[in-house]
Design a binder for this molecule. Structure first.
Ligand SMILES: *Cc1c(COP(=O)(O)O)cnc(C)c1O
Length: 410
């Protein structure tokens, strides 16, 4: 049988290459950090990691992980409810709940799994789930796994509207319209990313929570690109938007700002967490988090609870980069998030620009369709607290040079 599948895959792979969307993986031969070396020996400054706070190889995080490795071993060879729960796991669940201001928290192997496990137990076929059209793939998949009736609102459109695209004939609805249509459901849940990773947009949680209250809906936020640094104390989008206590469910990852290893969680009201422990399939049927990751994440949270220094530095670095790139003449999507989309629109130009920047020692990636809409190609820069002022300025300089060479800047 394999011959037929092999031919099919070979054709599909060739088509992906011809389309220019084939993903090559660059191999790094150092720990993750501001300055990295690729396996061909080239040193580059990394501007495409989710290492927002520079914790991926931070001494305190590594030492927290090492202490857990020494004290609690390498692995547990079990799921949580059989014999995979250590004191450390309980400690981390408590620490995350405290950090995020929720009643309780349940760990998953990843945020992908958290999103895969959170909807299905809570929402049955009589319920309604209302999701933003640009939500992360893991929310989309999690929603697919639950039987609730689905509504999708057009990203950024919270209104009581319905529009038909004259070209495609497709209709798009605002959030309030969806909520009205879902009024007869037993439960309604609004699900959104806190920060949208392609644009760095921060969800308008204040308006979303107002609508949730008006139409009696629950609010679920995936804060993977916010936990640890968004908001004055880095607690996330809810803190930034001033909606503490009004979000029912927060999912997030430990694989980005919080040390970047892996793992995720659902932080939520007490009964929700208690029920997920009984019913969430990725929790019940997948291994417990490795002790070293638990120890590392605990150390990361401890650092961020003690001081806001790292998130403050990230904010200053972000402001500097955004201001200097704008002054240099680039088209930057406005905002405050360390995800800084440098808009180039043309797909080939975006990739050529990223290649040129790599030659200049700046590691960034061009994003094009289908990751972003056609004609909206860009380079997504991600700023880190680990970047020095010199590295930020050198990156702007390299962008300006490459921009002139490729005709982006006059
Ligand atoms: C990165 C990301 C995830 C996946 O997190 P993992 O822990 O790596 O599985 C989920 N949701 C959003 C919004 C993300 O950005």
């Amino acid at each position: 049988m394999y011959g037929a599948l092999k031919d099919d895959l070979t054709k599909k792979l060739a088509a992906i290459r011809a389309d220019g969307t084939y993903k090559n993986e660059r191999v790094i031969a150092t720990p993750q950090g501001a300055l990295i070396r690729t396996s061909d020996g080239k040193e580059v400054v990394n501007f495409c990691a989710n290492n927002y706070l520079g914790l991926s190889n931070h001494p305190a995080v590594v030492s927290g992980a090492r202490a857990a490795l020494d004290g609690r071993g390498y692995g547990l060879s079990s799921v949580r409810f059989i014999c995979g729960t250590q004191d450390l796991h309980k400690k981390l669940e408590k620490a995350v709940a405290e950090f995020l201001g929720t009643e309780d928290c349940i760990l998953f192997s990843s945020c992908f799994d958290a999103n895969g496990g959170v909807f299905e137990p809570l929402l049955d076929e009589e319920s309604a789930i209302i999701t933003d059209s640009l939500n992360h793939a893991s929310i989309i998949d999690g929603v697919r796994l639950c039987k609730a009736k689905r509504w999708i609102w057009k990203h950024g459109d919270l209104g009581d509207v319905e529009e038909t695209d004259p070209d495609t004939g497709k209709t798009a609805k605002g959030l309030e319209r969806c909520l009205k249509e879902a009024k007869d459901a037993k439960f309604r849940m609004i699900a959104t990313d806190g920060v949208f990773s392609m644009d760095g947009d921060i969800a308008d949680l204040a308006a979303i929570c107002d609508l949730a209250e008006k139409y009696d809906a629950l609010v679920m936020v995936d804060d993977s690109h916010a936990t640890g640094f968004t908001g004055a104390k880095g607690r996330g989008t809810w803190e930034y938007r001033g909606v503490g206590g009004r979000v029912d469910i927060i999912t997030t990852t430990f694989g980005k700002a919080l040390g970047g290893a892996s793992g995720g969680c659902v932080a939520a009201r007490k009964e929700i967490v208690e029920y997920l422990r009984q019913k969430a399939r990725p929790y019940l049927f997948s291994n417990t988090l490795a002790p070293s990751i638990v120890g590392g994440t605990l150390a990361a949270l401890e650092l961020l609870t003690k001081s806001t220094e790292l998130r403050d530095r990230l904010e200053a670095n972000t402001r500097r980069f955004r201001e200097k790139m704008t002054a240099a003449g680039f088209d930057i999507r406005p905002g405050v998030h360390p995800i800084v989309p440098v808009m180039l629109y043309d797909e080939k130009l975006a990739h050529a620009m990223a290649d040129r920047l790599l030659e200049k020692g700046v590691y960034v990636i061009g994003f094009s369709f289908p990751v972003v809409p056609r004609g909206k190609a860009r380079i997504r820069v991600q700023i880190s607290a680990a970047h020095t002022t010199e590295q930020i300025d050198a990156a702007v300089h390299a962008f300006a040079e490459a921009g002139k060479e490729l005709g982006v800047l006059k």
